[in-house]
Design a protein around this ligand. Structure first.
Ligand SMILES: [Zn+2]
Length: 279
C-alpha cells in the first residue's frame, strides 16, 4: 500500500526532475543497482534489502496516513550561544546545512495518524549535520512529547544521530535530561512511547530518548551504541565480538524488542498502537 502511494506520487511529479538512469552502488552487497528501484523500495536494496539512509520527509510520508500530517515548530532554528568556531563558524555551518537539506534542523516534529491512530511523531534526519542533537532538536522533541501527553496521544520517535552537537557544548547535553524528563511525565500518564532506531543511532541520543521506548524497534543491521566501536577497541585493547553494536547483536542481548524491515514498519507500528492504545 505504501509502495503504491509512493509510486503514484513519483508518477505525479515533473518527469524532468526524476533522476533517470542513475545507478547506486549498494554497500550491503556491492552490486550496482538502479537508483529509482531503490527509491521505490523505500530506499532499500532490491538485491539484499540493505537499508539506505532515508530523508525525514519521506519517512513521514510513508508512515503517516495521507492528509493527516500537521508539522509543529517548523521554523525553529539554532542560535549560536557559545559563538563557537571550529573549522568554520557554527552559524555558517548551520546555514550551509539548511541550504543543502532544505531542513531547518535535524528533526521534524508534528502530529498525524498512523494506521488511523493519532500520534505525536518526531523524525530525525542524518543529512542535517549528522543528525546531531542540539537545543533545537531537544526543544522540538520536548514540545512534541508535552503536547502529545496533554492530548493523550502515543509518541513515536524515529532516531538517527551521531550524538549531541558539540558546537552547543553543555546546552546539547542538557537536551538529554530535558527530553528524558518529558518522556517520564508521558509515562506517568500511562501513555505509550515507541522508539525506532535507524542506522546510525549513537551517543547522547542513544543514551537518552532513543533508549527509553516502551517498545524499542530497530531497522536491520543498524549501528546502535554509545561510543563507536573503534574508540572502545582502542580503550579496552581487546577484540570486540562479531557484529558488535548492530541491531542483531543488541536484540540477542536484550537491548531491543524487535527488528523490523522498513517495508513492514508501518504495519508493525499500527499493530503495536492497537495493542497499547491509551484508555
Ligand atoms: Zn544490496
Amino acid at each position: 500500500m505504501v509502495l503504491d502511494r509512493l509510486r503514484r506520487n513519483a508518477a505525479g511529479r515533473d518527469p524532468k526532475k526524476i533522476p533517470d538512469g542513475l545507478w547506486v552502488k549498494c554497500p550491503g552487497c556491492a552490486k550496482t543497482v538502479f537508483k529509482r528501484l531503490v527509491e521505490e523500495r523505500l530506499d532499500t536494496c532490491p538485491e539484499c534489502n540493505h537499508h539506505f539512509p532515508m530523508a525525514s520527509a519521506k519517512r513521514v510520508e510513508v508512515l503517516v496516513d495521507p492528509g493527516s500530517w500537521q508539522e509543529w515548530d517548523a521554523g525553529m532554528t539554532s542560535g549560536d550561544p557559545l559563538g563557537f568556531i571550529d573549522t568554520k563558524p557554527y552559524i555558517d555551518r548551520i546555514a550551509q546545512a539548511q541550504s543543502k537539506t532544505g531542513l531547518k534542523d535535524a528533526v521534524i516534529c508534528g502530529t498525524g495518524a498512523v494506521a488511523e491512530h493519532p500520534v505525536g511523531l518526531g523524525v530525525m534526519d542524518f543529512s542535517f549535520n549528522g543528525g546531531s542533537m542540539g537545543s533545537v532538536v531537544g526543544e522540538k522533541l520536548t514540545r512534541m512529547i508535552e503536547r502529545s501527553t496533554a492530548a493523550r496521544m502515543p509518541v513515536i520517535i524515529i532516531s538517527t544521530s551521531g550524538g549531541a552537537r558539540m558546537q552547543e557544548g553543555a546546552l546539547s547535553l542538557m537536551q538529554m535530561a530535558k527530553t528524558s524528563a518529558a518522556l517520564g511525565r508521558h509515562a506517568d500518564k500511562r501513555l505509550p512511547y515507541i522508539s525506532v532506531l535507524t542506522n546510525p543511532t549513537m551517543a547522547g541520543v542513544m543514551a537518552s530518548y532513543a533508549s527509553l521506548g516502551d517498545v524499542i524497534i530497530a531497522e536491520p543491521k543498524a549501528l546502535i551504541g554509545f561510543t563507536g566501536p573503534r574508540v572502545i577497541k582502542e580503550t579496552i585493547k581487546q577484540e570486540l565480538p562479531e557484529g558488535f553494536q548492530t541491531s542483531e547483536f543488541l536484540l540477542k542481548h536484550g537491548q531491543l524488542d524487535l527488528i523490523v524491515a522498513r517495508q513492514d514498519l508501518c504495519a508493525e507500528i499500527g499493530r503495536l498502537l492497537a495493542y497499547m492504545r491509551p484508555a
